[in-house]
Design a protein around this ligand. Structure first.
Ligand SMILES: Nc1nc2c(ncn2[C@@H]2O[C@H](COP(=O)(O)OP(=O)(O)OP(=O)(O)O)[C@@H](O)[C@H]2O)c(=O)[nH]1
Ligand SMILES: [Mg+2]
Length: 347
């Protein structure tokens, strides 16, 4: 599969009949009719950073109906080998059997380095990739998480507009990407392995901040007793966390993707979560996420504009060298920048 990074869905290389602006309307119509090819194409479009593509993407996004809390966005993270792909494959077959259309958006922070792992995932989710009720889309990692967040957020909206009622956003929990994903989903699931509770003291805080649900995975065969112990360790840690105001208390459960009924507790937890938080709660969480994303993006826009301003640039450079040569101290330098900024804004 070619890298999607710099490919425009409207460039000749990727698409023999380049689209024009007006075609955003027909793309939207095909998308709303649930056509998979249109969904793929639309996601490629929102992933593109080319200004021309961004304009068409905006036009497309404007035509989508408002997001509904009837969908559920589930983030799934865990260390390499925690069993994410197998879990999603199994969960996917259960959700689609219940009548849900399922979209899996896999963010792969390792893809830019290893290239192979996306392909690995595709083959591991073999049944799901052949299931007409499921749509799997690997997304390339970006250097900056803001880019991942925006593109994935838009991809989620596109999937929902195309009729997908369950959205899974998968990411390998090896760094920051899981925190970016948490900002995009209604429920964040952390897969861990039996025995991983041993060093819980050190990682407790991170887990409590990240996970709405901890799944002690691969709880089968002779790992069952250890898995139970690990689950209870996590539950003790999670219960020490301050109460939340959305009606949900994060919990730990066991699961196995290879035994009959191995995901039963997970299914029950999904229902319990939906009931506890409710559609209002989900919408509230999404609005808060939008607000946080807005704050970050707005700050970036403002900073970029200020950095591009010639006069401010001059002051910035001058104060930099004045600090370095010891001419002025930090306080004076910051004061100079503040005055320059105020002058610029009132000009
Ligand atoms: N016994 C058992 N093995 C499992 C289970 N789930 C996954 N495995 C095995 O664990 C290995 C890793 O599973 P994957 O689903 O590929 O794990 P992953 O988290 O997607 O791994 P990466 O994509 O490398 O991050 C595979 O050999 C699976 O067959 C389970 O519930 N029980
Ligand atoms: Mg995987």
């Amino acid at each position: 599969m070619p890298s999607l990074k710099n490919v425009s869905p409207f460039s000749k290389a990727n698409n023999p009949t380049p689209l024009r602006k007006l075609d955003a309307h027909s793309l939207a119509a095909d998308l709303l009719a649930g056509k998979r090819a249109a969904l793929s194409r639309a996601i490629t479009l929102v992933e593109s950073r080319r200004p021309a593509d961004r304009n068409i993407a905006r036009l497309l996004l404007k035509q989508l109906p408002p997001a509904s809390a009837k969908t559920l966005r589930i983030g799934i993270t865990g260390s390499p080998g925690a069993g994410k792909s197998t879990f999603i494959e199994q969960l996917g077959s259960e959700l689609t059997a219940e009548g849900h259309k399922l979209a899996v958006l896999a963010i792969d922070p390792s893809s830019s380095r290893t290239k192979g792992s996306i392909l690995g995932d595709k083959t591991r989710m073999e049944d799901l990739s052949r299931n007409p009720m499921a749509f799997i889309r690997p997304s390339p990692a970006r250097e900056e998480l803001g880019g991942v967040a925006r593109a994935t957020r838009e991809a989620i909206r596109l999937c929902e507009a195309a009729g997908y009622s369950r959205i899974i956003v998968e990411t390998v929990g090896v760094g920051q990407s899981e925190h970016a994903v948490k900002q995009l989903v209604d429920l964040m699931v952390l897969l861990v392995l039996p025995g991983s509770g041993d060093d819980l003291q050190g990682i407790k805080r991170g887990i409590v901040e990240l996970a709405d649900l901890v799944v002690v995975n691969k709880s089968d065969g002779d790992r069952i007793p250890l898995a139970r112990q690990t689950t209870s360790d996590y539950n003790i840690a999670l219960h020490l966390a301050p109460a939340r105001d959305d009606g949900w208390s994060p919990r730990a459960i066991t699961a196995s993707s290879v035994t009959e009924g191995g995901l039963a507790s997970f299914g029950e937890s999904l229902s319990a979560y939906a009931e506890a938080v409710g559609q209002d709660g989900i919408l509230k969480r999404r609005n808060l996420q939008d607000l946080q994303l807005f704050e970050r993006s707005a700050n970036n826009i403002m900073l970029r504009l200020l950095h591009e301003d010639e006069q401010l640039q001059k002051v910035h450079l001058a104060t930099q060298s004045a600090i370095q040569s010891g001419e002025i101290d930090l306080d004076q330098a910051l004061e100079l920048v503040r005055i320059a900024l105020q002058k610029r804004l009132s000009a």
